[in-house]
Design a protein around this ligand. Sequence first.
Ligand code: SAM
Length: 176
Amino acid sequence: AVTVLRLGHRPGRDERMTTHVGLTARALGADRVVFPDNAGQSLETVADITDRFGGPFEVELTDSPQGIVRNWTGHVVHLTMYGEQIQDVEDEVRTAHRDGEPLLVVVGAEKVPFDVYEAADWNVGVTNQPHSEVAGLAVFLDRLFEGRELEREWDDADRRVIPQKTGKRVEPTDEE
Ligand code: SAM
């Protein structure tokens, strides 16, 4: 199972970014996202999308994001522009994940405390250029699942998008 942890959240300013970390985690195959406890509004949005478009996907708050990293039983990947290049470590991470241990994927907002770099089994850079936690997470999950996440089926959705060459088509599912 894959859990994504969002470290740090500045209310107001980070609202969309934190929400997008959650939506991207869900859409691209993670099982769960954990937000800091001041990100309740982002939790609501992600839970609402999961209700409408399906799951399973869990979204939770924590009062101790760093505690989750410290006490994690399994492997920890921290996404950072300072890390080893994803193309060099992806095989190792995938093998560890295949062994069935829970994988924690940590993304930051502002400056990430050095403890997190030390607690991580892998500090992973998606390029060593500064960009975004949402972009880093998307590329990481796609490499982890080798594209299989694109074929995923969703349970308990009340609507489903029918892919179109042009225009928008959304249908209610039978489960409604
Ligand atoms: N400057 C901050 C620091 O020193 O920790 C990072 C701020 S950055 C806007 C927010 C998050 O985006 C980072 O914590 C990291 O998780 C992610 N990120 C940014 N660039 C990345 C890259 N090249 N590879 C992987 N993750 C990246």
